[in-house]
Ligand binder design. Structure first.
Ligand SMILES: NC(=O)c1ccc[n+]([C@@H]2O[C@H](COP(=O)([O-])OP(=O)(O)OC[C@H]3O[C@@H](n4cnc5c(N)ncnc54)[C@H](OP(=O)(O)O)[C@@H]3O)[C@@H](O)[C@H]2O)c1
Length: 330
């Protein structure tokens, strides 16, 4: 495992972070055996993953509770990141949400508290002010944002707030942040934490066509708006997405590595990326995501992967919101 510093904090995190959304199962994930989830958490910890990402929004606290059940005895050896939902950005709501998360997580401090999505109806200065107070009170060690675009991030930076990180959708099949947001974060020492690092399993190598993907996962702008759960209204890029998947599979095969290893190692090696967040739902997947941190890709393979996905990057365009046509990120 590799370990890296989180933004301008004194916190060290593993280069692979365990994403705790999928371990509760349900919408987007399907049935999930709790025993598998707990095993995944234990295997991840034993394999050197010290960083765990969850949110109050994942099953209304269920994911936070499950993480606490799995790793409470390791509390002092792990870094817990959770997120507050945008409807809780006013002081009383934010304080209440923080207390709820502390209880659900069975802890006295949140290592990284993140604003899940921007809320353009509440002045960001008000929310940052509360975060500063929570930090001063010791309830939060560091805070960060998630899904903040160029303007929103610039507003936070202009306020002089010490944000540690920005959590963003980024993977081989979704590279929209590369040209503007990623360099901006890098210049200001803001760690980028990537989510959907395996494109919700598309980069596992298991899928060869959209029809094999479960319907509630076909919500991103890769898929056609005719898919029942898509809300973006775009034509989608299904053909190009699955052609890119096929090209990545070939590159992985030729380099003798699994597709998930190649996809995660490519991401870990991108300039400006501190940590890749990947969701594992059983022991085998947890072992797999941890292993990816020890995989080295040659410069030639990295270039092949860039080329294999360039056309898809162009077709999806610069909108960094992976889910909506009218970007909620500005
Ligand atoms: N900030 C935000 O707005 C936001 C949004 C989404 C996610 N996130 C965070 O990011 C985390 C991860 O992103 P994600 O949930 O979108 O999923 P992801 O990490 O892109 O994909 C997870 C899926 O990949 C497959 N997988 C995992 N390990 C594997 C391995 N070693 N080999 C092959 N396949 C493997 C599994 O698919 P199967 O389920 O098919 O087995 C797993 O459920 C979430 O848990 C959450 O913490 C944040």
């Amino acid at each position: 495992m590799q370990y890296r510093r989180l933004g301008n904090t004194d916190i060290t995190v593993s280069a692979v972070c365990f994403g705790c959304w999928g371990i509760i199962g349900g919408f987007n994930w399907g049935p999930q055996d709790e025993k598998d989830s707990l095993e995944a958490l234990h295997v991840a910890f034993d394999a050197g993953i010290t960083f765990y990402d969850t949110a109050e929004g994942y099953g209304s606290g269920q994911s936070e509770q499950l993480l606490a059940r799995g790793l409470s005895s390791q509390r002092d050896s792990i870094i817990i990141a959770t997120k507050v939902s945008p409807n809780h950005f006013r002081e009383p709501d934010l304080r209440a949400a923080c207390e709820r998360s502390l209880r659900a997580l069975n802890t006295d401090r949140i290592d990284l508290y993140q604003l899940h999505w921007p809320n353009h109806d509440i002045p960001i200065s008000e929310t940052l002010n509360v975060l500063d107070k929570l930090k001063a009170e010791g309830k939060v060690r560091a805070y960060g944002v998630s899904n903040f675009g160029e303007q929103d991030l610039s507003d936070v930076l202009a306020a002089g707030s010490p944000i540690a990180s920005n959590q963003l959708a980024y993977n081989l099949l979704f590279r929209a942040i590369e040209d503007v947001i990623l360099p901006l974060c890098h210049r200001h020492g803001v760690s980028v934490l990537t989510y959907s690092s395996l494109m919700q399993g598309l980069l596992s190598g298991r899928y060869t066509s959209p029809d094999e993907v479960q319907e509630d996962r076909m919500r991103t702008r890769h898929y056609s708006a005719t898919r029942p759960y898509a809300r973006h209204g775009e034509a989608g890029q299904e053909r190009e997405t699955f052609e890119a998947v096929a090209r990545i599979r070939d590159i992985a095969r030729q380099s003798g590595q699994s597709m998930a290893d190649v996809a995660l190692a490519w991401l870990i090696g991108q300039p400006g990326i501190t940590t890749v967040i990947a969701g594992a739902r059983n022991a085998q997947q947890a072992h797999g995501i941890a292993h990816a941190a020890d995989v080295t890709l040659s410069a030639e393979v990295v270039e092949q992967l860039n080329q294999a996905t360039d056309a898809l990057k162009q077709q999806l365009g610069p909108n960094p919101d992976m889910w909506q046509h009218v970007s909620r990120m500005r």
